[in-house]
Design a protein around this ligand. Sequence first.
Ligand code: GLU
Length: 441
Amino acid sequence: MTTTRFAPSPTGYIHVGNLRTALMNYLIARKAGGTFILRIDDTDPERSKEEYVDAIKQDMEWLGLHWDKVERQSDRLDRYAEAADKLREMGRFYEAFETPTELDLKRKKQLNMGKPPVYDRAALSLSEEEKETLRAERGNGVWRFKLDHERIEWNDGILGDISINAASVSDPVLIRGDGQVLYTIASVVDDTEMGVTDVVRGSDHVTNTATQIQIIKALGGQCPRFAHHSLLTGPQGEALSKRLGTLALRDLREQGVQPMALLSLMARLGSSDPVELRSDMAELIEGFDVARFGSAPTKFDAQDLFPLTAKHLQSLPLSEVMDAVSEVGVPADQAEPFWAMARENITTLSDLKGWWELCRDGADPLIADEDSAFIAEAMTLLPEGPFDGETWATWTQAVKEATGRKGKGLFMPLRKALTGMERGPEMATLLPLLQVIRARG
Ligand code: GLU
């Protein structure tokens, strides 16, 4: 059965880059009728925070990305220790004692000599005695996985056939000197034991994947299918990594972005399918295919979320936005016509307030000198109430007959006098909502 996971580290709020990963894994699982696991990668006790675990869940719920199971790596430390023992027994695990400064020096030397900065495995030739001495001097070493120097190959769901020379990669550190288990092994143990069949993650993980494939094989596990999506850039192709912090899902939510707008964009951006507003999750699932994504960096512009949000809001019936409509103070008996008017004229729900203020308080009229007599005459011709969708037509017809004005010369001064603006909602829908006018009806 298809099983996928989204595996955030709870060291911050999730942003659009994380969402891309989460969504792809979610859609794969749902399309196949499989299982979607939310896995909290919290093996780092210093950086992991409970508040971020809660925030990640809230953000996922806001988007409707429901998970079937939650797993936490901090609950599974004994499993990782067992795997580490196995690797040790197999002779694939060795202790190394270089300090970060020493490693840095080695890397610089290699680079100076035009060589790739790969760990030289000096620790492999330490005798037990030397290790004892180093341990006494420096404390416990880190544990590195000894890669087999061969080509590591897989067919990537997005990048196609990949082949990496293991000799060009440093033996990965899987356990730190203080005993902290690192993601690289924890993830392998989890993916294997949880029966994960498909792993989609960012292309910054390609080298990890190469080493993880060897670890999985060493531990006798089954390799999942891997796919690596491109990383997001800003609208001009600039790196987004530093700005991702400002693109947290909760910030977008604060700015009024609607979940369907965000999902519609992120589920297709960077694929050969067009980005357009989808009506619900089922539609997103239906048309999703990870193979349609390209390997080129994907441009993301948060501004694109707003037209999609506007379009989504436009499609909603009053019942879905009733809370927001009541909140700005629209009386229940006017909620329906108010929403019919407003939904055509808002980008986010926060724009409702301004439209209701216009309806409630009226606007500063915009009346040109040459129109003042015309407006005064028009006001005397306002039909008897109650006002409805026909009132505007009846009224402007009467004004036309009385003044001889027509077209723009008739409508524009009236619009400006009533709304203080040259453009805006359909006057026929707006007029019955203008409270001052209503009061006269
Ligand atoms: N916690 C890892 C990350 O956020 C998970 C990567 C993976 O999907 O394996 O980068």
